[in-house]
Design a protein around this ligand. Structure first.
Ligand SMILES: NC(=O)c1ccc[n+]([C@@H]2O[C@H](COP(=O)([O-])OP(=O)(O)OC[C@H]3O[C@@H](n4cnc5c(N)ncnc54)[C@H](OP(=O)(O)O)[C@@H]3O)[C@@H](O)[C@H]2O)c1
Length: 248
């Protein structure tokens, strides 16, 4: 028997666009209660209103994942509204690629704060609830860039490699608590991600690359749904996927 998504309480960071938004729509359509976190409150509020109008259950909580107290507030809001948290999807992230010699320290710090610390804060917020109930599923979003590094991607790849390593450590540690862990590593998926690039030449190249090869964000939503809908005894630990056209 598969584990249905219907009725699950699912918290998603970075739900205001791209992969997070697509996952929220897909999981809501399958009957999950979705709790949406992102900084652009107007976007997640509009999405929650839209999902509720369609018969879904959705809550929006303005959240900056670089602040641990805000991520805790997001998860606590889910527990308060729906009684528990079944799934935490640590998805918020950004990708301001640049060669190291450009010394874009602000971009490095933002990537480390959002892509790494944001994931850790999500784990910190969700884990106590899940351990208490001896049940839960944590989904962390890494990237193909967590498997390969290319010029301009040193810091981004480092953050995504960190997400994979943290996820594997988490996987082993939460075995006694009956908690499942999945790390999803997508290739090029159409979203606002390339907009975070501040280096003009790389931004232009990446926009072109995404136009040429990127696949729709519902590919990510289906990957999440696959992991979540496995029977309790099945723990899908990593999903790595690319557009069929993408080489590296
Ligand atoms: N698209 C791809 O090709 C691809 C491939 C591999 C991995 N990924 C990963 O997928 C994840 C989602 O990215 P995406 O492609 O969907 O890009 P996106 O459309 O730019 O979405 C990024 C999301 O992260 C949120 N975010 C950024 N900084 C945040 C912060 N400080 N606090 C809370 N939320 C924050 C944004 O919301 P606000 O701006 O409203 O806060 C937005 O909802 C990222 O981790 C990315 O690295 C994407």
């Amino acid at each position: 028997m598969s584990d249905p998504i219907n009725g699950k309480v699912i918290v998603i960071t970075g739900a205001s666009s791209g992969l997070g938004e697509a996952a929220a729509r897909h999981l809501s359509a399958q009957g999950a209660s979705v709790v949406l976190g992102a900084r652009r409150a107007e976007r997640i509020e509009a999405l929650a209103t839209e999902l509720a109008a369609g018969g879904g259950k959705a809550l929006a909580v303005a959240t900056d994942v670089t602040h641990s107290d805000q991520v805790k507030r997001l998860v606590d809001a889910a527990v308060e509204r729906y009684g528990r948290i079944d799934v935490m999807i640590n998805n918020a992230g950004l990708m301001p690629l640049s060669p190291l010699e450009r010394l874009k320290l602000d971009d490095w710090n933002r990537m480390i704060d959002v892509n790494v610390k944001g994931v850790l804060y999500g784990i910190a917020a969700a884990l106590p609830h899940m351990i208490r109930r001896k049940s839960g599923h944590i989904v962390n979003v890494a990237s193909v860039a967590g498997h390969v590094v290319r010029p301009g991607g040193a810091v981004y790849s480092a953050t995504k490699t960190a997400v994979r390593v943290i996820s594997e450590g988490l996987r082993q540690e939460v075995k006694p608590h009956n908690i499942r862990t999945t790390v999803i590593s997508p290739g090029a998926v159409a979203s606002e991600l390339p907009d975070s690039i501040t280096e003009n030449a790389i931004a232009a190249d990446m926009q072109k690359f995404y136009e040429d090869v990127a696949i729709p964000a519902d590919s990510f939503a289906r990957a999440v749904a696959f992991a979540l809908s496995q029977p309790q005894e099945v723990d899908v630990n990593e999903i790595l996927y690319r557009p069929t056209r993408q080489l590296l």
